[in-house]
Design a protein around this ligand. Structure first.
Ligand code: ATP
Ligand code: MG
Ligand code: MG
Ligand code: MG
Length: 482
């Protein structure tokens, strides 16, 4: 099955089960002080769980654009090194707002994965909440009993509060969850094992694909739990991981979601994927970061020096540097990949096609401006590394890291990444105080806080389908501001 067919099969499956299919919310969140980017499918339904918003449809499903690069969920350092954590990814999800509960969602998850997707039943595992004495809660035997219909007992694993109890925040709706894992290890390797129960322990090819959350409690301000009058279900499945399992490959980057992008990077760099670990990582990072940056710009978030805009700039500069150092790509090249990305995902996310020119233009300019100082910055950093080493130091001086940031446009995490490649760390406290000093010096710094976000929804109301607002006049003005 192609990724398009898999995505459609998921949505069709839940539509048949009475779910309203809704659109992905924007990936860039505006107007929520607690969240910069959507990091899970449930974000857009937060107010429904909290009882602040009426429930229009008790059953809903969608695919949600997510970005996990900041705050509680930050997977940036994993990306490219492993083959199943992305910055930007799609999270497939189905929800019940006070409607069905554990039995239905477990049965349907199984039916979808095994009957519809054809995943071998003997490669699947489930985890259930083991209970916690803090909250005076026992094991989630109820969920376990539904899993026992589908799985032998040894494939239902108990998980701790950390992994198997989901909370929205310090207070509010919460409850146990049940994760589904898939074992993608070669048959020969599995055959050597005495029992199935042994294979599910921290192996890079035994991967979590779906998390089913059962919201049945409300955490009160005094820390105690109260049973919710209406119980809800919130699920999230990594779409790229599902595609990997269904397409019979062992890396998200070997699915049709990434193959053409990787193919294009191979052409541009004249290097084959799969020949060298270092260049492979670089290609994965570039392919991944391209998606994060393109989708953010399509949502109206331009790279800038502040907040969400700086997160996007950091991701893009990280990709530029991986290309520069490991793929010898010394001219802007990432913008050239937007076309392939659009061909891969543009059917589902029309904003990619609608904003293609803007995305390419912004990425190209951003690449040009960073490449301008990158080689000098890298030389300087190399000297800092040698000097630190000669002096038997363990870290790059914070003030030096600040010079790289301020004069050469090196985000701190990029300096830290390069330092790490040489076995060194960066004095982050020193960096911060150098930054503070500079802020004090420059009274105008606060002005940078504005002007980095354009409201894309107002550029072309007819093509961009993610929102409901209309304000035709403002759109042009804001667009021109770019
Ligand atoms: P993991 O333990 O692999 O980091 P998680 O427990 O943090 O995943 P959840 O918050 O439960 O993930 O999100 C639901 C699903 O989204 C996961 O089961 C997984 O399939 C997918 N997912 C989570 N993080 C990523 C990511 N960075 N890239 C791709 N898919 C992801
Ligand atoms: Mg995680
Ligand atoms: Mg997990
Ligand atoms: Mg999880």
């Amino acid at each position: 099955m192609t990724s398009k067919e898999i995505r459609k099969a998921f949505l069709d499956f839940f539509e048949e089960k009475g779910h309203q299919i809704v659109k992905s919310a924007p990936m860039v969140v505006k107007g929520d002080p607690t969240l910069m980017f959507t990091n899970a499918g449930m974000n857009q339904f937060k107010d429904k769980f909290l009882g602040n918003e009426p429930i229009k449809w008790p059953r809903v499903a969608d695919t949600q654009k997510c970005l996990r690069v900041s705050g509680k969920h930050n997977d940036l350092e994993e990306v490219g090194l492993d083959t199943y954590h992305h910055t930007m990814f799609e999270m497939l999800g189905n929800w019940s707002f006070g409607d069905y509960f554990k039995k239905e969602v477990i049965d349907w998850a199984w039916e979808f994965l095994v009957d519809k997707m054809g995943l071998p039943a003997d490669r699947l595992y489930a985890s259930v909440f083991e209970g916690s004495s803090d909250d005076n809660l026992g094991r989630d035997d109820e969920a376990a009993s539904y899993w026992e219909k589908h799985l032998p007992k040894e494939c239902i694993l108990d998980g701790s509060k950390k992994d198997n109890f989901w909370e929205m925040g310090d207070t509010g709706p919460c409850g146990p969850c049940s994760e589904i894992h898939v074992d993608l290890r070669p048959e020969e390797e599995r055959a050597k094992l005495p029992g199935r129960e042994l294979v599910n322990k921290d192996h890079p090819l035994v991967i979590e694909i779906w998390n089913l959350v059962f919201m049945q409690f409300n955490r009160k301000a005094d820390g105690s739990l109260q049973a919710l009058p209406a119980r809800h279900v919130d699920t999230g499945m990594g779409f790229e991981r599902l595609c990997m399992a269904v397409q019979g490959v062992t890396s998200n980057y070997d699915t049709d979601l990434f193959q053409n992008i990787i193919g294009e990077i191979e052409k541009l760099s004249n290097i084959k994927y799969g020949t060298d670990e270092k260049t492979d990582i670089a290609m994965r990072v570039v392919a991944d970061h391209l998606r994060a940056v393109a989708f953010a710009i399509a949502d109206g978030q331009l790279p800038s020096n502040n907040k969400a805009g700086y997160v996007i700039r950091r991701i893009l500069r990280r990709a530029v540097r991986y290309g520069y150092t490991f793929l010898s790509l010394r001219e802007p090249f990432i913008y050239k990949l937007v076309e392939v990305l659009k061909n891969t995902m543009g059917d589902t996310f029309s904003e990619l096609a609608a904003q293609q020119q803007l995305i390419e233009k912004v990425i190209k300019e951003e690449e040009e401006s960073f490449l301008h100082t990158l080689s000098t910055g890298i030389k300087l950093l190399d000297e800092m590394v040698s000097k630190t080493r000669q002096e038997n130091g363990t870290h790059i001086d914070g003030k030096d890291a600040f010079v790289l940031y301020d004069t050469y446009g090196f985000p701190l995490d990029l300096t830290a990444l390069i330092a790490r490649e040489h076995g060194l760390s960066v004095d982050e406290a020193g960096f911060s105080s150098a930054m503070e000093e500079q802020k004090k010096r420059s009274r105008n710094a606060a002005q940078l806080e504005t002007g980095d976000w354009i409201d894309i929804r107002k550029i072309d109301q007819t093509k961009f389908l993610g929102y409901d607002t209309t304000e035709a006049e403002v759109r042009i003005a804001r667009y021109r501001k770019v």
